[in-house]
Ligand binder design. Structure first.
Ligand code: KDG
Length: 321
């Protein structure tokens, strides 16, 4: 079975044909998003057998999401179809036009249409589902994000149940993915306990400062003593991984022309986790994370296209510029 299981909400995405405020959009192109399934796709592209567990509606967007992930060679055998709730949707807005209400160049915003979605009904009942239980029992890595905890009380209960269900030989990685819009009317004070229950904790310095009060790698390491590794991505595009003793490895990102940043964090997580799968040392794990992130940064959608394995291998050992 798959080495990695990624669990969370995936959505249909509407990408506007041009930059500018939504009221001026001429048309939209359908795509697929969702932090955890973005990570699953990038893992699969890096040669790591990966599954995505989630729920979609019994609708065309749900079929699109599932088919798209299957085409990425992600195991979708445990995806549930909800007969009543719809597949979640988000609309991406990007800045850079001269029109009023423009977000500004280089800025983007995700507009969510997902309250009450099929995925928001994920709950601890999942653990009794035979297909999901089979994947979860066989996986060596379970990847979660802080997004799921924000979706509903049932989703939060599922995240807690998964984090409590520690199994020897299975690691849990958790990417903070702070989405303030999703926490409106919900209490983000539930997050720290979840973060501290992971084996690999991934956070952006900016989002950590906003959600947790600090973006400093050493302070975050001290705040979350349990994970074997805390990985902090800072705004200067350096990433620092700290082990339990506080020993730090820092690696700069690749300098690329950013097209659209959504999904870069998910790709970084995939690269880092693929490095774990390959048994790479700490520095190469970070480098593989940066490589995967660079591919997402240079694509307009959530996901980029990874170069062929030989190219990835060569870049992994290229000297720093
Ligand atoms: O990281 C990318 C995600 O933010 C995007 O795919 C949508 O999952 C999503 C979310 O909840 O923001």
């Amino acid at each position: 079975g798959p080495w990695a299981v990624c669990l969370g909400e995936s959505m249909a995405v509407l990408l506007p044909d041009a930059a500018g405020p939504l009221e001026a959009a001429g048309g939209f192109r359908p795509a697929v998003g969702g932090a955890e399934s973005n990570t699953a796709c990038a893992l699969a592209a890096l040669g790591v057998p990966a599954a995505w567990i989630g729920r979609v509606g019994d609708d065309g967007f749900g079929r699109m999401v599932t088919a798209d992930l299957a085409a990425c060679r992600v195991d979708v055998s445990a995806v549930a179809v909800d007969p009543h709730r719809r597949t979640g949707l988000y609309v991406k807005e990007t800045g850079g036009s001269a029109l009023p209400h423009d977000l500004g160049p280089g800025r983007s915003r995700l507009h969510y249409y997902r309250t009450g979605s099929a995925a928001s009904a994920l709950s601890p009942a999942l653990l009794a589902d035979p297909a999901a239980a089979r994947l979860l029992a066989g996986a060596r890595l379970l990847h979660l994000t802080g997004i799921t905890a924000a979706l509903s009380d049932d989703c939060l209960a599922l995240v807690r149940a998964l984090l409590a269900d520690r199994r020897p030989g299975r690691l849990v990685s958790l990417d903070l993915n702070w989405r303030p819009a999703l926490w409106h009317g919900r209490d983000p004070a539930v997050l720290p306990d979840l973060l501290d229950a992971a084996d690999v904790l991934l956070l952006g310095a900016d989002e950590a400062a906003e959600a947790l009060g600090t973006g400093d790698p050493a302070a975050l390491r001290a705040a979350f003593p349990s994970p074997a590794t805390v990985v902090v991505k800072d705004a200067g595009h350096r990433v620092t991984a700290l082990d339990r003793s506080g020993t730090a490895v820092t690696e700069p990102a690749l300098a690329v022309e950013v097209v659209e940043p959504t999904g870069a964090g998910d790709a970084f997580a995939a690269g880092y986790l693929a490095g774990l799968h390959r048994g790479l040392d700490g520095r190469r794990r970070l480098r593989l994370g940066h490589l995967a992130a660079a591919c997402a940064l240079t694509a307009p959608g959530d996901r980029g296209r990874l170069p062929a394995p030989g190219v990835v291998a060569a870049l992994l050992d290229a000297p720093a510029g």
